[in-house]
Design a binder for this molecule. Sequence first.
Ligand SMILES: Nc1nc2c(c(=O)[nH]1)N[C@H]1C(S)=C(S)[C@@H](COP(=O)(O)OP(=O)(O)OC[C@H]3O[C@@H](n4cnc5c(=O)[nH]c(N)nc54)[C@H](O)[C@@H]3O)O[C@H]1N2
Ligand SMILES: Nc1nc2c(c(=O)[nH]1)N[C@H]1C(S)=C(S)[C@@H](COP(=O)(O)OP(=O)(O)OC[C@H]3O[C@@H](n4cnc5c(=O)[nH]c(N)nc54)[C@H](O)[C@@H]3O)O[C@H]1N2
Ligand code: SF4
Ligand SMILES: [Mo]
Length: 685
Amino acid sequence: MKSVCRMCHGGCGALIDLENGVPTAIHGDPDNPTSEGYFCIKGKASLDLLHSPDRLTTPLARTGPRGSGSFEPIGWDEALDRICHRLTETIARHGPESVALGQGTDRNYQEWVFRLANALGTPNVVGPAHVCFYPRVMASIMTYGAFTFCDYEGDPEVVLLWGSNKPDTHSDGVIGVKLLRAVERGSRVITVDPRRTRTAARSELHLPVRPGTDCALALGMIKLVVDEGWYDRDFVAEYTTGFDELAEHVREYDLERVAGITGLEPELIRRATRAYATASRACIEAGTGLSQNENSFDTHRAIALLCALCGNLDAPGGDVIWEPMPIEGRRAFPRSDLLPEEQARKRIGGDRHRILSMSGWVAPGDLHRAVVTGSPYPVTSLLLFGSNILASHENTELVRRSLEKLDLVVVCDMFLTPTARYADVVLPVSSWLERDQIVEFNSYIAARRKVATVEGCRSDEEIILALAERLGLARHFFPSVRAALDAKLSGIGLTWEQFTEIGYIRNEKRYRKYRDGGFRTRSGRVDLRHDGLKAMGYEPFPVHRPAPPPDPELPYLMTSAHPRRFYNTEFHQLPTTARRRPAARVTVHPDTAKREGLTDGDEVALFTRAGAREVRMTVRISDSVAPDVVLADAGWWYPGESSLDESLRSSVNHLTSNDRSDVQMGSATMRGLAVGIRRVGPGRG
Ligand SMILES: Nc1nc2c(c(=O)[nH]1)N[C@H]1C(S)=C(S)[C@@H](COP(=O)(O)OP(=O)(O)OC[C@H]3O[C@@H](n4cnc5c(=O)[nH]c(N)nc54)[C@H](O)[C@@H]3O)O[C@H]1N2
Ligand SMILES: Nc1nc2c(c(=O)[nH]1)N[C@H]1C(S)=C(S)[C@@H](COP(=O)(O)OP(=O)(O)OC[C@H]3O[C@@H](n4cnc5c(=O)[nH]c(N)nc54)[C@H](O)[C@@H]3O)O[C@H]1N2
Ligand code: SF4
Ligand SMILES: [Mo]
């Protein structure tokens, strides 16, 4: 049976062997037009996930204190009734805005979560959007009126991998396989990453930038492009606003100064800029390495400006403007029209992180502070659809206080995560192998088909339908998930059954669409200068905000990356992925190891201030990072531990906070955080 993998965002074609209707093996589908048979270690762990003995298979109701992990099994009807009874009560007392919904990384039911929020009348959906993809999305939308993606099939001469480790984090058919093919056909790669990744080591140029300083680098590159005349004069004259002012604005980002801020050789910056700017076709893959600091939005905006200046926007082999498929998908399905304007205005954090708020999301720090303080109004309930927020949101201590204060916490998950231990009701969900879904990618849609059933589990879509019915919102939904899939496809004249026969539909690719009516911005052009940002009280051009002065007690800049074998905080309980990585790692330079008296495999504590919670990790010594940088695994927890503290001992968000966050997006400083390191003892294995 064919389906589409969802062990990461990627969607590689999967072939599943069935015996008596039960999946027994899984492989990459060689006939899949995007992934061409590729299948990674996470994909191979799919059957571990399906059959995991740790899977939840019945709803649970809490019997002990929050966090204790004491629950009793209850039936689905009782669980849903309890939740809806409490929701109805809180909505009657405090209004629908007192209910927050939550979601983690982008999943294919995210549009359902937003539809439920809109139908309920709450503007509050919390998630990691602020540190994930949305700084990039909103920077492109604010600058060009649309989101863009790299056109690897258009044979870029140069690919700039900037704060992005796509060959490991998106090795799939949507990005990784296409990037690999482009490189085989001759694309040259330039990597900007504090760490010498496998890809950086093989790149034509590697810029080992100091964590958190990419905005200065991008502004310095813009200055070089302007000074050297490496920009596309025709495009700039015809399709942009504010070029002369931008040229003036970047004057202070001269090469020597930028080299000082970023720790890069001036000549290296110049070579990389020339290679990118003078290539006939070039694209920038800007990743999460740029989205997790106080400059996140402006870094992505500076990169968007650089792309436009060099004429690479919507050009073959460049950054191409996304066109939605003609289905009821990401854009239409959430039904934002259902949320009254006066409710939308109540979105928490809307007055602080206004660009994030425009995207429909609430930043975790804003939500948890509102819960704890009751200001600007009471938030009493949180329904989480797949997010282990005690490990994934910044500022774990605030998250914990928020989870303790809430009147109602509901967690839908496959496992009893640390976050689920705080829930009043836990709902067991199905894995990707147990679901029918239309998956929407940049340039195509594909059919994910249900190939298995785990008794007792339901999909998020089914849970949302059941909640909507009990809350009197059925008129905004569908009689069944199948009916919703049919409705989504009606725009292309197919039913779900018919679509599963085809499996895959590609969007027509068009370049330079702006020639036909301009850009979808207020000026109709690329807004190099953004008056709308200015009107909101932000800078009209990107600016680099420097880190605070160094603290001798905290001499290392900590950054992190998403580990290849895991997926955010997932898969630590699966034998295929977890076998060779029993503990979280921090990579330190040999000079650091010498200075701190560390040997490979030691257990260390990372800390940010005296008296605050420390994080324990296993040391790996390598010169892949600079002597003043340490790179810690993100997203760790130990499923086998019964004590919550032990379970979260390596969770790096004990160290992060909301102190230095991005003014537009609320992005927390997770990369480029000053830390100290201390040897605890020999490693635990
Ligand atoms: N310090 C630091 N923090 C980070 C990051 C970092 O790099 N450093 N990365 C950030 C980023 S980019 C992101 S996207 C977030 C990720 O944050 P989250 O998306 O919250 O990721 P997880 O914590 O892995 O939560 C996913 C949970 O959903 C469950 N799950 C999986 N599939 C489904 C499903 O279909 N339905 C439901 N209901 N549950 C499901 C899993 O079992 C898991 O417990 O973390 C952010 N936090
Ligand atoms: N295997 C695997 N795949 C994943 C995930 C996973 O957890 N595991 N998570 C998924 C999610 S939710 C996301 S958002 C994406 C993220 O995918 P990517 O954007 O590739 O993100 P990361 O690997 O977190 O970080 C990319 C690179 O940024 C570097 N970096 C760290 N700090 C800085 C900095 O200050 N400047 C620069 N220039 N680089 C920096 C890191 O060393 C890393 O190599 O991956 C997705 N895919
Ligand atoms: S790269 Fe992603 S989609 Fe492809 S097999 Fe691995 S986990 Fe699945
Ligand atoms: Mo993410």
